[in-house]
Write a protein that binds this ligand. Sequence first.
Ligand SMILES: Cc1ncc(COP(=O)(O)O)c(C=O)c1O
Length: 461
Amino acid sequence: MSRLNAWPPTQPPGPTPPGGSSASAEIARGKPPMFNDLEPCLMPIVERPPVAMTRGEGSYLWDADGRRYLDFIQGWAVNALGHAPPEVSGVIAAQAHRLLTASPALHNDQAPRLARRLCDLSGLAAACFTNSGAEATEVAIKIARKWGRLYRQGAFEIITTEDAFHGRTLAAMAASGKPGWDTLFPPYPPGFLRVPFGDPRAVRQAIGPRTAAVLVEPIQGEAGVIVPPAGYLRELRDLADAAGVLLMLDEVQTGIGRTGLLFAHQYEAVRPDVMTLGKGLGGGVPVGAVLVSANANCLSNGEHGGTYHGNPLACAAGLAVLDVVAEEAFLSRVRELGEELRVALQRIGSDTGGVVRGRGLLWALELREARAQAIRDRCFASGLVVNAARPNVVRLMPSLRVTSAEIAAAAAILASAIRATMTAPATADAACSDPPDPTSLLLPHPRDERCTRSVPGGAAL
Ligand SMILES: Cc1ncc(COP(=O)(O)O)c(C=O)c1O
């Protein structure tokens, strides 16, 4: 049996040892005991380092052995207010004692309040809730198709962009442009037309009688924080208006203050017809949302739904997050902190030939070489969690409440990891072959064998 997330991932294939598969032998050799017992029961769909996180507070995570990590991915931009924010945990504890879930067939007292708050904040007319960002994409696709059938002579096609990321359900994958996905699970649902990101002329050329909608991210997060040219969303808005098609914005990653305004499209003073939200909205509790203009509010009874949609626990969390994030003083602090992170990354970039991109507290450093995973691994070994969004791109998405001191600490570890990685030979184990990083936040650990190899997990970290 070959395991996609066998540890270490670079183990060359070899003969099966007596008494077990080579994968289980790898696990037995490299993993702490709990993983030997428990991890084989997880489907091998995500590579992860062999540590289990057990506690979080603000910008920090702790693993089962008490190691502390400065977390600059925050659940992939999910924990808008950091780990275990008291405003959210207090509200969900109280809500859990009152009502966890009623039924999607019954109103509860939280979902309509969250819908109202999101409509007021976005200027859109109505909202529905989902469990995830991918599911919000599904709803957006349904809206485009229904709307095209009702108002545009059966138009059903959605123009999307290369390198886009809209989630991992089949239709969301079809809408995405992630390299390598096209061949994974064909056949995909048809009806998507991909054009280069950041190029309004390509959208203009692609719009035709079958087009129902244009779907883009204001900034492409998973692609490595690709910021389109200024005016892109404004031009797409004008094109959509002129052609009579919907403009749908995926703000799952960029929304809820991540870029320094509540929604990233507000930088261009445009309003979409459909907006998807997720991640930061629940502050760590799974919830997604789709907001529509009055014109796009076309789904009827029974055309979408789900057992947990709009459950009071998730919606109470969403309201608690918005109470903090939607305040202008909070957003202005996000912009200031974002500027500090940009300056710190810029310094690292100019020392190492890297390019810095991003906005607010969503940043990427594109490296000269494809060594992002080794850098991520070295950072992890030094107590900093970052993401290798692409082979040559390190991405950072700290808590929106990150402090200046935490930014400085993260930048010091990252700079040192980049220097060490760029001068080390390009092997998978290079990450930990040097003496420990003097900027490490980690206390010495009795079982430091984990720092003698690189940490896997392009997807995980
Ligand atoms: C822009 C964007 N859309 C959709 C999704 C999918 O969200 P989820 O993982 O909650 O399904 C993501 C996740 O990274 C995303 O970044």
